[in-house]
Design a protein around this ligand. Structure first.
Ligand SMILES: [Zn+2]
Length: 162
């Protein structure tokens, strides 16, 4: 098991160029959000070990409960176009469409998305790092999936996998 790490960066210079690029892709993905109700755009980007990236944005609906998170959209994109067993890192970023100023607050995956990421992390046998960002990347925190979702329910709980 990968050692869990929790680091919070006050500025993006402490992050590797490769990881910073992934965070920028998450911010760019947020521009594709369909968020007319919450007015909160979220983007997610997933990198696989071969260096490919798969992005997604939140998609809302007048039936609020049907809304799809950015991470969920990115994971679907990865599953359809790439190899979910190769998941290497996730970045998520978001911002309010109502405010002119960028929030200091980072975006972290919701509970459902933590569960979805955990499934693919298990396939990859990797305690996947998740870069949680605010919109201008002045605040980036990196957590590991097992830190965000300890004792996760997984395939082994239903007698599958290892
Ligand atoms: Zn979510």
């Amino acid at each position: 098991m990968v050692k869990m790490a929790r680091e919070r960066f006050g500025a993006s210079q402490l992050i590797s160029p490769e990881d910073l690029r992934l965070c920028r892709e998450a911010v760019e993905a947020a521009q594709r959000a369909y968020a007319p109700y919450s007015k909160f755009a979220v983007g997610a980007a997933i990198r696989t070990v071969d260096g490919k990236t798969f992005a997604g944005a939140n998609l809302e609906n007048a039936v609020y409960g049907l809304s799809i998170c950015a991470e969920m959209a990115a994971l679907t994109n990865l599953n359809f176009n790439g190899d979910p067993r190769g998941i290497d890192a996730v970045a998520v970023a978001g911002y309010s469409l109502n405010q002119d100023t960028v929030s200091e607050h980072i975006v972290t995956p919701c509970g459902r998305c933590r569960q979805l990421i955990s499934e693919f992390a298990g396939l990859a046998h990797l305690n996947v790092p998740i870069f949680c960002c605010n919109a201008d990347l002045s605040q980036i925190a990196v957590y590991r999936i097992e830190e965000l979702l300890p004792h996760a329910f997984g395939p082994r709980n239903i007698g599958q996998g290892t």
